[in-house]
Design a protein around this ligand. Structure first.
Ligand code: NCD
Length: 360
């Protein structure tokens, strides 16, 4: 059974095929209006969402299917202590495909290995958000006409910004991409993206704290919100929250055709005065998100007989995951499963944290 938990599960050919289907949906929407007739999507959202949940629902409705689900953990049996695994088994009896968002890293993977229907990760803690990446890729493709030979700046919360992690992973599949990482020291990109994605794939990258310094180089500027809900210490959040505020005057040195992306919600990072600038693409990104989710639902529903085993080449119960935001730390009956990377480092398959040297 094929699911989508991390964007790296899709090859570049599969990403390109999704983009092709998305462009066809844009040109011929009526061709797709009954493709999912009789099928049900379940949206299981344990964390707040506007765009992701509603775009999944709109996507399924536009494909002629229907939707069930909940938008708040308090309205589900999770509030009574039901595990993610049991929830996934239960929902498999009602629906044909699941989209789920959860504050714990790895929760959608637990759902996927326990469900008998495809599961889509709609965001797991500060870890990944592959369907926002699909929206981002379609936006970049439509704005620039290509996904290679681009200088892409990521600005803001690169530590907890899950959309950043997934988009960098996807861009690592394309050639000629230069990544510019712009953040305060406290919000730098996690090691596993730097080492296992960028360095492993030989991606060119630089890091800086100063957006103004790199602005003239950028083809894409990907702004992000500082993720208040992921901070253990709110004083640190208060200190960092306004690290970058994009205003019209700062765009003076930017390329005339630079595309400004933001996964939204925006808090204070982009002045509303920029919304009318032709470089502002964040509302186009929202529309593209629905289209790519339509393409994704079609793909996964047509591949239910495909083999997918996230536990291949892993070791069980040899190491323990010490990330307090990993689902294995909270749901204690789950086995701790690690995979060795090319540098011999073991990473938790749920949250990508590095294993403790200590064996169990
Ligand atoms: C993002 C998310 O949930 O990670 N929002 C979204 O899905 N479009 C970004 C964010 O919340 O800052």
């Amino acid at each position: 059974m094929r699911s989508l938990i991390d964007i790296v599960e899709f090859s570049v050919e599969e990403l390109d095929e999704l983009l092709k289907v998305a462009c066809d949906i844009i040109d011929n929407p009526q061709k797709y209006s009954e493709k999912c007739k009789g099928k049900k999507l379940a949206t299981l959202f344990f964390e707040p969402s506007t765009r992701t949940r509603l775009s999944f629902e709109a996507a399924m409705l536009e494909l002629g299917g229907s939707v069930i689900g909940f938008s708040d953990a308090a309205n589900s049996s999770a509030s009574k202590g039901e595990s993610m695994a049991d929830t996934a088994k239960v929902i498999s009896c009602y629906a044909d495909i699941i989209a789920t968002r959860h504050p714990l890293e790895g929760a959608p993977l637990v759902a996927a290995v326990n469900a008998s229907i495809p599961v889509i990760n709609a965001g797991d803690g500060g870890h990944c958000h592959p369907t926002q990446t699909l929206a981002d890729l379609l936006t970049i493709y439509r704005e620039k006409g290509r996904l290679c030979d681009l200088t892409v700046g990521f600005c803001g919360d690169l530590k907890y910004g899950r959309t950043v992690h997934s988009l960098i992973s996807a861009l690592s599949r394309y050639t000629g991409i230069k990544i510019v990482l712009i953040s305060p020291d406290e919000l730098k990109l996690p090691d596993y993206i730097r080492e296992d994605v960028m360095e492993k794939n030989g991606m060119e990258y630089i890091e800086t704290r100063y957006l103004e310094e790199v602005m003239p180089q950028l083809d894409i500027l990907y702004m992000t919100r500082v993720q208040r809900e992921r901070f253990d210490d709110l004083d640190t959040y208060e200190r960092l929250k306004d690290s970058y505020i994009l205003t019209l005057d700062k765009l003076d040195t930017a390329k005339k055709d630079m595309a400004i992306l933001h996964p939204l919600p925006r808090v204070n990072e982009i002045s509303v005065k920029i919304d009318d600038d032709p470089r502002a693409c964040y509302f186009k990104q929202v529309r593209n998100g629905k289209i790519m989710r339509m393409a994704l639902i079609l793909k996964l529903l047509s591949e239910t007989d495909k083999h997918w085993d996230p536990f291949e080449d892993t070791v069980k119960n040899k190491y323990i995951c010490s990330n307090s935001k990993c689902i294995t730390t909270v749901e204690q009956e789950l086995e701790h499963i690690f995979k060795k990377n090319d540098d011999g480092i073991y990473r938790c398959i749920y949250c990508d944290s590095q294993a403790n040297k200590e064996e169990i």
